[in-house]
Design a protein around this ligand. Structure first.
Ligand SMILES: *Cc1c(COP(=O)(O)O)cnc(C)c1O
Length: 445
């Protein structure tokens, strides 16, 4: 598969080059030159395949000729060693994407990207140095994904005092090849410093620098697999009502939905729209999907675009679903380069949700079904309210509610803490603190 920039089709590159460079030289994002199809045999057995097998079939055509099948096979078994159950909650299904090590869906992308980078850099004597800025969730997933991956060093910049204590432990508690830098400033300062470091000629000469931010195509591709897996299950009436470690209060009756043999509608809590872009790829590959609800908080640039036809980037507004506080979603450029407005309008329904509605959903879903929603998933739940006649209807759960306990617990009861979060909580954060100036960063690098 070759990849071209969203800004020009003239110089397609390999998967390795698209993944390792992140952004195209013209500033565009890489997109695959075509979207492959699942073989019929795979399409017909999605509901019977396990997650690593679906991952293998999903990723293979995107890396053909660059990552040999046996290597890919072991990569996907290592990367996707946790479950993604489809759990019935009331009249809907919830796809739980928070059973990975950092309890958020970003584990899927980060864990594959880390292994892909390590393989693509094999035989290089200089380690690859990944420099990334985070406002919270991405940092944890990237740190965990690359932890102890051979040939790779990671430096993560985060705003000092502005991430939660759990997030800080996930970013700065690992050690080994992961280094954390606490910047005295905001997330924007962290991003500015990373960008400035990439422009520093002497640093670039000395180090093999790369970034691992959310626009990287190697993070997007593995996200396709859970849509295919969940759609396959729901289509054939198979769900996971007894999934282990589901955040549900004991004693509530669990509904058992039966087969509908209808394609699935997914409701996707969205910020930068990477997750939703992967969902569209899954549909294009042939997974049994009807369409998508693009759920946002009040940062509703995309819902506005879908209703008016005009795209207008906005400054981001702070909400309680802060991983979705994006006023100019970077993956919009990908969607626009690959799909016409008419096609997007057929594929997507936009819906924006206020903080008040988000909290109301957290409280009411707990009261009715004993199920805990995190604030991001609650945006999705709320947005899906008006689409309950489109069954099967699957809401993506993008983070574990225990990650946001101070916000959720006053609306519910005490949330059971999963082992992954307990493990991070027991770590001691260790970061270097710097002022928000390039010379300070260069000094510690
Ligand atoms: C990153 C994130 C999102 C938004 O995902 P996009 O791919 O940026 O749309 C939603 N929920 C959680 C918990 C996240 O961490």
């Amino acid at each position: 598969m070759r990849y071209y920039s969203t800004r020009s089709k003239s110089k397609p590159v390999s998967f390795a080059s698209a993944a390792l460079s992140g952004l195209a030289p013209d500033g565009g994002l890489y997109v695959p030159e075509s979207i492959p199809q699942y073989p019929v045999s795979v399409k017909n057995s999605l509901s019977a395949m396990d997650l690593p097998d679906i991952a293998f079939e999903t990723i293979r055509p995107f890396v053909e000729g660059e990552i040999p099948a046996p290597v890919l096979e072991s990569m996907v078994h290592e990367a996707f060693s946790f479950a993604a159950p489809v759990v019935p909650v009331g009249d809907r299904l919830v796809l739980e994407l928070f059973h990975g090590p950092t309890a958020a869906f970003k584990d899927f992308g980060a864990r594959f990207m880390a292994r892909a980078f390590s393989y693509l850099r094999r035989g290089e004597d200089k380690p690859l140095h990944i420099l990334v800025a985070t406002s919270g969730d991405t940092g944890g997933a990237v740190a965990d994904g690359f932890f102890k991956v051979p040939g790779i060093r990671v430096t993560i910049l985060y705003p000092y005092g502005r991430v939660s204590s759990l997030q800080e432990r996930q970013i700065a508690g690992l050690g080994a090849n992961i280094r954390a830098i606490a910047v005295e400033g905001s997330f924007d300062d962290c991003q500015r410093l990373v960008k400035a470091a990439f422009r520093d000629k002497s640093l670039m000469k000395r180090e093999s620098l790369s970034s691992a931010n959310s626009i990287n195509i190697s993070r997007l591709i593995p996200q396709i697999l859970y849509y295919a897996a969940a759609a396959g299950k729901a289509f054939s009436g198979k769900t996971d009502p007894d999934a282990e470690a589901t955040p549900r209060k004991a004693g509530f009756p669990v509904s058992h939905l039966t087969s509908t043999a209808c394609p699935v509608t997914f409701c996707v809590p969205s910020g930068n729209f990477g997750n939703l872009t992967a969902g569209i790829y899954a549909k294009e590959m042939g997974a049994p999907i009807r369409r998508f609800i693009a759920a946002t908080n009040i940062n509703k640039t995309i819902p506005d675009y879908l209703s008016s036809g005009y795209y207008e980037a906005q400054p981001s507004k702070a909400t309680i679903s802060n991983a979705m506080d994006v006023g100019n979603p970077s993956n919009f450029e990908r969607l626009q380069a690959q799909f016409s407005f008419e096609k997007l309008r057929n594929l997507l329904e936009g819906k924006s949700v206020s903080d008040t509605e988000t909290k109301r959903s957290i409280a009411s879903v707990y009261e009715s079904y004993g199920y805990f929603l995190d604030p991001h998933t609650a945006v999705g739940w709320s947005a899906s309210d008006s689409f309950r006649n489109e069954q099967p209807l699957i809401v993506l759960a993008t983070a574990h509610p225990a990650k946001f306990a101070p916000l959720v617990e006053p609306l519910t009861g005490v949330i059971p803490v999963p082992a992954s979060i307990q493990k991070s909580q027991s770590r001691v954060p260790d970061a270097q603190r710097i002022c928000a100036e390039l010379p300070a960063l260069l000094e510690v690098l």
